[in-house]
Design a binder for this molecule. Structure first.
Ligand code: ATP
Ligand code: MG
Length: 265
């Protein structure tokens, strides 16, 4: 059974179609990259997977829960999210380990019931990701990269079944970015191998294990499928509606470069 199933799903807001007729199935343990220009609906789609939006039309089912018919709060608890739309919701004065702990509740607030044991779980998660030096620090004082590490640790609390990363490398230096990508690759090695949905503007971040790609333009899925089927000049030129070149970085990673003459003219 698919972990994510969208059948002819559309989303309208204030009369405007933000997502149109999406059909998408994601199987357990798959890693998908989503590419799309600014405003194409990527974050909106992710918010829909978290049931922050319900489809205006069509059927959405995530982790066996049909939207409108199932237990949404417990479904949400099984999804870990890294993204600026989560970061914006976190109280600035929280300590690093408290930020990580919010991932246990999949909420931006901490429940009063938490105690030293829960806080220790959060500390251990942060330490496991190499963030020991952040313990005790206040969230708003941290650098972009340090904040991002907290969000990753936060997303991994409570063994999520799906991990969503929305432009998770924004603001990271080149080394921190590679480290994050290596951490994403390692997610596939976790005992229960969560499904990963990785949104980016940068094709060079599509790692070896991201085996499937979805191309989103103006709320429509233009193409989806295996990396080999999508990363082709004709598919990408049709998607970007502009000439692009696919430049290999090594035998696994690649870069998509727009043809400069077309941009300038
Ligand atoms: N709640 C909302 N009400 C009305 N319009 C919205 C709402 N949320 C998003 N939009 C609009 O939907 C479109 C898609 O937004 P979204 O944030 O999903 O794009 P995106 O692909 O994530 O872009 P970016 O790469 O810039 O992050 C935008 O035009 C945005 O203004
Ligand atoms: Mg976005």
């Amino acid at each position: 059974m698919a972990q994510i199933s969208l059948k002819d799903v559309s989303l309208k807001r204030q009369g405007k179609a933000l997502l149109s007729h999406l059909n998408w199935q994601v199987e357990k343990g798959q890693m998908w990259a989503i590419l799309g220009l600014n405003g194409s609906g990527k974050t909106t789609l992710l918010k829909m997977l978290m049931a922050e939006y319900f489809p205006s039309e069509g059927e959405a089912e995530v982790l066996g829960v049909k939207f409108g018919h199932g237990d949404i709060p417990s479904m949400r608890k099984k999804i870990g999210v890294v993204g600026s739309f989560i970061a914006e919701r976190l109280p600035k004065m929280m300590k690093a380990e408290q930020v990580v702990l919010t991932g246990k509740y999949k909420s931006s607030i901490l429940y009063k019931a938490y105690g030293e044991r829960e806080l220790n779980e959060a500390r251990q998660m942060l330490i496991a990701l190499g963030g020991e030096k952040l313990l005790g620090r206040t969230y708003y004082e941290l650098s972009q990269g340090e904040k991002q590490l907290l969000l990753i640790a936060r997303s991994l609390m409570e063994d999520p079944e799906i991990i969503i990363l929305d432009e998770a490398t924004s603001g990271l230096d080149l080394f921190a970015r590679e480290k994050l990508l290596a951490q994403v690759e390692k997610i596939a090695d976790l005992p229960h191998a969560p499904t990963v949905i990785y949104v980016t503007h940068h094709a060079e971040e599509i790692t070896d294990r991201m085996s499937h790609i979805l191309l989103l333009r103006k709320g429509h899925i233009v193409a989806q499928g295996s990396k080999a089927d999508i990363i082709k000049p004709d598919v990408l030129e049709d998607f970007y509606q502009s000439p692009v070149r696919i430049l290999p970085i090594d035998d696994k990673r690649f870069f998509i470069k727009p043809e400069l003459d077309e941009i300038i003219s």
